[in-house]
Design a protein around this ligand. Structure first.
Ligand SMILES: C[S@@+](CC[C@H](N)C(=O)[O-])C[C@H]1O[C@@H](n2cnc3c(N)ncnc32)[C@H](O)[C@@H]1O
Length: 212
């Protein structure tokens, strides 16, 4: 999935760090075995997530929407010593794949997988304070997830939300429900005084939010 033109995307991938071997394998296997493989963050966006995580050096990361664990592993690269990623996936069928992928990348001790609907799981995690969160699950709930977790992010911590340019539809004249939901999300966050924000035109649009 590319929001940028293909030649630019290829150039960017050739001029960032290479995809680590385990992630390259997970990327390939995801495209071979999963129904919607382009849900995976992929090489360039994965390096962005890794870079942001390394800059924050989080002790605790929250991810909503694990899929095959690609972004989870990228985010785990920046964890502080002894840090953990809490990641939530509703689809129980991914559990075995995720176990294998986390072992392949040797991050199994740094990742706590929760299987269940994010709203239910988040309720049980409400005591935690996170340094970084990545929202990448059911797109209609993005704003609800943001509102649920903003008080659980430490000042200076990041929330990253994927797909916010929605294939470029948010700035066109599309009127469908999903596009309107993304417009509402982006408009709400744009005027929030609680956070600093920047949409990066990476892939389908990555919104980086820093809590003041
Ligand atoms: C876009 S994929 C995640 C991709 C992954 N973050 C990555 O970048 O490689 C979205 C995932 O969210 C999961 N999901 C959808 N609705 C959910 C919910 N309510 N709670 C938890 N997970 C959900 C889907 O099953 C799917 O695996």
């Amino acid at each position: 999935m590319e929001i940028l033109n293909h030649d630019l995307q290829t150039y960017l991938e050739a001029h960032c760090d290479p995809e680590p071997e385990a992630l390259k394998k997970i990327n390939r296997e995801t495209y071979l075995k999963q129904l919607k493989p382009n849900m995976l963050s992929g090489h360039y966006q994965g390096r962005l997530l890794s870079m942001l995580s390394k800059l924050v050096q989080p002790k605790l990361i929250l991810e909503i929407g694990t899929f095959t664990g690609y972004a989870t592993i990228c985010l785990a690269e920046g964890l502080a010593e002894g840090g953990k990623v809490h990641t939530i996936e509703v689809n129980r069928e991914q559990e075995e794949t995720l176990k294998n992928n986390f072992e392949l990348a040797d991050v199994q001790d740094r990742i706590q997988l929760y299987i269940g609907d994010a709203r239910d799981v988040l309720f049980g995690l409400s005591e935690n304070i996170y340094d970084l969160a990545f929202i990448d699950a059911d797109k209609k709930s993005n704003l609800a997830y943001f509102e649920l977790i903003i008080d659980k992010i430490r000042p200076g911590g990041l929330i990253i939300i994927d797909n916010v340019l929605w294939k470029g539809k948010v700035y066109g004249d599309a009127k469908d429900n999903d596009t309107e939901l993304f417009r509402k999300l982006n408009d709400t966050i744009a005027v929030s005084t609680q956070v600093e924000k920047l949409i990066l035109p990476v892939r389908d649009g990555v919104l980086v939010i820093r809590k003041k």
